[in-house]
Structures are given as structure tokens and as C-alpha cells.
Design a protein around this ligand. Structure first.
Ligand SMILES: [Zn+2]
Length: 200
């Protein structure tokens, strides 16, 4: 497949977690500063239609447990569903939230609170694209693991299309999270403006 960055499987080890034991892979991606971690359950390389989650890094949520978004809960739910599945994989991508980087995300949060904006409106004010995420690294890692068709755990239609654009066959499976008082407006905006299927 063209336009995919070269990836190398650099490390592999067993990672016990609160959600169960995973085979952890460290992939080196051409041009990336940090390895990409993938967590697998079952024989991914010989499986058909494994359950796959592409998780975009979210420091505020995954590290600190922020309630302003739903990222950490989606990750935890995905880990549990991959454990419950015969075979599955989580790829943790080194791109913050909407793909503009950590500083952008912090600026967007600040502007949302000081100006009462949605995150999409804050992106516009700051001249950031609303969703700059790309899935070429994810596709390259899937191909490296001999996976070319997936059941994708996501509510985001652009993630489905992004992966398909690299020749991966995709069936979408929703991943539903209960909203809280801090992220409800944000999730509603994702559903209405960005067509995420959140069931709100
Ligand atoms: Zn988040």
C-alpha cells in the first residue's frame, strides 16, 4: 500500500493490566519521536476481523482522569471489550485528541471556558483544523501485524473512512460511554456537528 510510513516491531512483552493481560508491542514508525504501543489479545496475526480500537492519546484524560472528554473511559471500555473478544488489538496513537498537539488542546480548553465556546468554535478562533488526525501509522501497524480487515471500535465515521482510505476493510462497532455534567455539551457537539454516533 502506498503512502504508508515504514514500521518496525521493536519490542514485545506481556503487560498485565487492571483489564487483563495483553501482549504489548512497541513499534518504531519512520519519522515518529516515540514508539507506538499496541496491546493485543489473542492471535492477531492469524485472526479474521479482530476487534480493533485506534486510541488517540489524551494526556488530560488518560493521565489525570479529566471529565472534560470521554477518552480514558473509551480506552478502558475498549480494553475490556478486546479482552472479552476472541481476538483484538488497541493501537495507542501519539496524536493528541483532535490531532493538533497538546498545546493546541490546552489552548482550546482555555478558550472554551473563558469564551463559552464549543471545542469546534475554539478551533476556528485559533485557526486549528477541527480534526487533523491521520491514520497512516495505524494502517501501517495493522499491515505489519498481517491485519487487513477489522471490526473497529469507534463512534467516529471519519476514523472509519480514514482507515478505509489505506485499503483496510472496516466494520464499525459503536463504543458507548455515559456522559457526565462536564463533558455532556462536548459530546453533544461531537454528535451534532461531527456526526459521531453517540446515541445521545
Ligand atoms: Zn480526551
Amino acid at each position: 500500500v502506498q503512502n504508508l510510513p515504514p514500521v518496525v516491531l521493536d519490542t514485545k512483552f506481556l503487560l498485565p493490566t487492571e483489564s487483563g493481560d495483553f501482549d504489548a508491542y512497541g513499534f518504531l514508525v519512520d519519522g515518529a519521536n516515540t514508539p507506538i504501543i499496541a496491546l493485543a489479545n489473542g492471535a492477531v496475526e492469524t485472526s479474521d476481523w479482530p476487534l480493533v480500537r485506534l486510541q488517540s492519546r489524551c494526556d488530560t484524560s488518560e493521565v489525570f482522569g479529566s471529565k472534560m472528554c470521554d477518552c480514558a473511559e473509551q480506552l478502558r471500555t475498549a480494553m475490556q471489550r478486546v479482552q472479552a473478544a476472541e481476538c483484538g488489538l488497541i493501537i495507542h496513537l501519539d496524536q493528541e485528541g483532535r490531532g493538533n498537539g497538546l498545546r493546541a488542546k490546552l489552548q482550546i480548553y482555555q478558550l472554551m471556558q473563558t469564551q463559552g465556546l464549543t471545542s469546534g468554535q475554539a478551533c476556528a478562533v485559533l485557526h486549528y483544523p477541527v480534526d487533523a488526525r491521520v491514520y497512516d501509522q495505524a494502517a501501517a501497524i495493522l499491515y505489519a501485524l498481517n491485519v487487513n480487515r477489522v471490526r473497529l471500535l469507534t463512534n467516529n465515521p471519519s476514523k472509519v473512512e480514514g482507515l478505509r482510505s489505506f485499503g483496510i476493510e472496516v466494520q464499525q462497532e459503536n463504543i458507548r460511554i455515559m456522559p457526565n455534567v462536564h463533558n455532556h455539551a462536548y459530546l453533544l457537539d461531537k454528535q451534532v456537528t461531527h456526526k459521531h454516533d453517540l446515541g445521545l
